[in-house]
Write a protein that binds this ligand. Structure first.
Ligand code: NI
Length: 140
């Protein structure tokens, strides 16, 4: 991150600004600049993911009942098939039935997205979510 800052002005409808200020206040932002920086970063991260060959990072969270007969085996198989994209996994036994598994993924956007979507859509998963983030390289 460079020490320089650029100030620029934005023209917009006062009602729109009021709505935006209300929204960012509720989110805990103390100033507009930080909220706008985050929106810009979000947009740039989206662009990274749209570039199939870009290196991205992401997480997948999966909640499932481990008593589902074939499911744990199927999930393990999928993960072994894509071990090069999986940096780390955490498995938490939430209660007698339910497991929460979180996978940290890094690699080519197209492959990471495909793996994440494959895991999330695996039959028997109660809730699955792929979260898109960045390696941070190239992002200020
Ligand atoms: Ni478990």
């Amino acid at each position: 991150m460079s020490d320089q800052v650029v100030r620029f002005s934005v023209s917009l409808d006062p009602m729109l600004l009021e709505q935006f200020d209300g929204r960012i206040r509720a989110q805990g932002y103390t100033n507009r600049s930080e909220a706008i920086r985050d929106l810009i970063r979000e947009s740039l991260i989206q662009q990274e993911w749209d570039d199939a060959a870009a290196t991205v990072a992401g997480t997948v969270s999966l909640v499932y009942d481990h008593h589902e007969l074939e499911l744990p085996r199927r999930l393990t198989e999928i993960q072994h098939d894509h071990h090069d994209l999986i940096i780390s996994t955490v498995h938490v036994h939430l209660d007698h039935h339910n497991c929460l598994e979180v996978l940290v993924l890094k690699g080519e956007a197209a492959r990471v997205r495909m793996l994440g979507e494959h895991l999330v859509s695996t039959r028997g998963i109660k809730h699955g979510k792929l979260t898109f983030t960045t390696t941070g390289a190239g992002l200020q």
